[in-house]
Design a protein around this ligand. Sequence first.
Ligand code: FAD
Length: 546
Amino acid sequence: MSPDPIRVVIVGGVAGGMSAATRLRRLDEAARITVVERSGHVSFANCGLPYHVGGVIAERDALLLQTPQSLAARFAIDVRVRHEAVRIERDRRVVVVRDLDSGTEQDLPYDALVLSPGASPVRPPIPGIERALALRSVEDTDALVAATLSARTAVVIGGGFIGLEMAENLVHRGLATTVVEATAQVMAPLDPELAEIVHRRIRRHKVDLRLGAAVAGIGASDVTLSTGERIPADLVVAAIGVRPETGLAVGAGLVLGPRGGIAIDEHFRTSDPQIYAVGDAVEKRDGLDGSEALIPLANTANRQGRFVADVIAGRPGADRGVSGTAIVGVFGLQVATTGWNEKRLRAAGRPYLAVHTHPSSHAGYYPGAHGMALKLLVDPGTDRILGAQGVGEAGVDKRIDVIATAMAGDLTASDLADLELSYAPQFSSAKDPVNMLGYAAMNARSGLTRTVQWHELAAALDGGATLIDVRDPGEHRRGRIPGSVLIPVDELRARLDEVPHGPVVVHCAVGVRGHTATRILRQLGWDDVRNLDGGYTTWAAGVGRP
Ligand code: FAD
């Protein structure tokens, strides 16, 4: 006689939950799989929701990837939408589920329970916050679309991923839009010199970007800042961040981690071995230092959902550290990050070396190339890649993904220099921007070229360094760093008598000619020469110059 089929209940029917359900069915045709979803839809494209608000994804149905009927037909999964798991009774191994339409409750017994309830939008106690709309479900999207129809002005509170996507889409809908961000920059995973590129782009698209501004109240048709200023707002969107949805887990006495997410082991088990949890609701392990991390991203949730099914089916499957690799589109810019940023490394007191480059998305001689800003952070002792960031119109996605892959495979920064990457002029350069980052990191780490960062320049000059601009006179005229002396790199060998023998910093537009100038001077006897990393371009963004 075959054993009784395993009964698996899954709470949450979107990214993590539905990945778990469908993978499990592919592994175990006999399992009795029930998915409970509080909203009216399962397996919907949450990452596409902002673009339906903006009308970019015109058809609402395009967001609905599956229905309970399609999932029943293909995967024999019992999917119950508008059903909420209200309680877990661990001693009886049942989940109590409420039908939100009829109000009736029912016990669902389980052998394995998977929690993938996601994260809910943070709603700070600002007076009037009840008027602010958030975006998480298809129903939220419907409410936002309806609100945009009669609105002319909008305020988005929060300059993170979802806030910026919303701002772009509200502009697309024709609304005069303000973004209010409490910190000095949007997109916290970026360092400030890269965030500034995003600020410029947002402002170019006529968004009123308020940085370092706090919302004190939301009125019937406006938002009041803590300065007392009132900003017109027919529509208010709260995109202040998300918090793991842990109510069900807490009610069942499951252990939470220090960051407030459900604590799990490497096999996704909570403190109750019959109950697993994945996705935005759980604490992950940081790939760099192993600390607990909240990473509310779709890729992580989907991967975890798949692997928890493997564990339940008795196959090898384990959670791995996360690096938080992410990308967002902002008015035509690709903004991507992986690993730690410089702010975090500095705050943690970890040694690092930073490299900035400004390559083209593909060979400059082939039409359509776009510039980008890339930043690599490297452990100077071990050569380990600690993180990377990129901002640009094209080609940022693949560079950050290659670096994220290198990090996952424990490649070093020097290994990036030696990667064999695909090339034809319309796609890349023979020395790909990832290779170039590797070269620059090797040069800096070996001491071949010493660099100074944009935020260290003022101290270097105060300390008596001479700043030499090795660009062309035209570039120098268009924008210069105060106190710099112009000696174009091609004239440097002939004008050595103008270079003092004390500390010298050279700079060009992006750091390449500066590297050459540094090497000329070092080889001709100047010991204390440093190149301004990322050149004028990085410095200007860092100090907020146009
Ligand atoms: P979810 O996918 O949120 O699913 C959780 C589900 O559980 C919800 O539908 C909820 O209704 C249900 N639920 C909760 N509690 C109960 C209960 N007690 N009973 C029954 N059902 C319950 N990530 C990216 O990587 N890239 C992006 O571009 C991106 N864009 C996004 C845009 C928006 C607007 C949003 C909201 C998120 C975006 N994300 C993006 C994040 C990504 O969607 C999440 O990381 C991912 O969906 C998390 O998966 P999850 O399974 O943990 O939770």
